[in-house]
Design a protein around this ligand. Structure first.
Ligand code: PGA
Length: 272
């Protein structure tokens, strides 16, 4: 049992994965509105940055082209910046790729690794996920490692097996301990962008398995300190079903993170 009272140490996290949406100008506008919406939700008595006051960490992951503008727009807001992918080498002949030092220079603190859309459409494998995680760790980027089963895998009763393989092979490159700031996002592929979210109790079952696997790899303390997110059709009206689960510490949000009011509402509910 590694959740329980130690769960109090984990700060809830709401991360927005914008995918291939928003130009530079649109990014700045969206972030200004988001910061204003979060400011409105600041508890009356709280000092300090509005997001911190609301009790949750907030991360946005715009496209690479908008990261520089996003970093400037986020100054002083308390919202952290993340990227959607990274290459495992620091530089080299890899046309179209972006490296960890490039993301660090753009003020990224987080990076999504192994999203199912990368696995489905761009040939991402457990092996390349492991290498990308290594690059994130070398450069102090906090990885949001995505795992999750397809509908066929769920129907065949293979969900746990798939998640176990994805997680353990991704983390096999870390014999000496978990990458700093590691977050794991459980995202059932069939729930992404479909409007058909998982049931809270099913997501909790997989999140508990993930925490148990983390404990086996890195020990109970590291497992208890790692944030596990749910992702897949998260909306303001279903987020509480996930955030109230003992092993779920927040959400990775796609579509709803593009609407500042919806995302601010999700942040507020994650923070409760
Ligand atoms: P969705 O996407 O919230 O639009 O389902 C989630 C994700 O892909 O991370």
């Amino acid at each position: 049992m590694v959740n329980g009272t130690r769960a109090a140490r984990r700060r809830p996290l709401a991360a927005g994965n914008w995918k291939m949406h928003r130009t530079r100008a649109e990014t700045v506008r969206l972030l200004k509105t988001l910061a204003a919406r979060l400011e409105e939700r600041r508890p009356a008595a709280a000092d300090g940055p509005p997001v911190a006051a609301a009790g949750a960490e907030v991360v946005v992951c715009p496209p690479f082209t908008a990261l520089g503008d996003a970093a400037r727009a986020l100054e002083g807001t308390g919202i952290a910046l993340g990227a959607q992918n990274l290459h495992w080498e620091d530089e080299g002949a890899y046309t179209g790729e972006i490296s960890a030092p490039m993301l660090v220079e753009c003020s990224c603190r987080y990076v999504i690794v192994g999203h199912s859309e990368r696995r489905q459409y761009f040939g991402e494998t457990n092996e390349t996920v492991r290498k990308r995680l290594g690059a994130a760790a070398r450069h102090g980027l906090h990885p949001i490692l995505c795992v999750g089963e397809t509908w066929e895998e769920r129907r065949a009763g293979r969900t746990k097996q798939v998640v176990r393989t994805q997680l353990t092979s991704a983390l096999a490159g870390f014999p000496d301990g978990a990458p700093a700031g590691l977050c794991v996002a459980y995202e059932p592929v069939w729930a992404i962008g479909t409007g058909q979210a998982a049931r809270g109790e099913d997501a909790q079952e997989v999140a508990a398995l993930i925490r148990q696997l983390l404990a086996g790899l890195f020990g109970d303390d590291a497992a208890a300190a790692t944030r596990i997110l749910y992702g897949g059709s998260v909306k303001p009206d279903n987020i509480l079903e996930f955030s109230r689960q003992p092993d779920i510490d927040g959400a990775l949000v796609g579509g709803a993170s593009l609407d500042p009011s919806s995302f601010a509402e999700i942040v507020e509910r994650v923070a409760r």
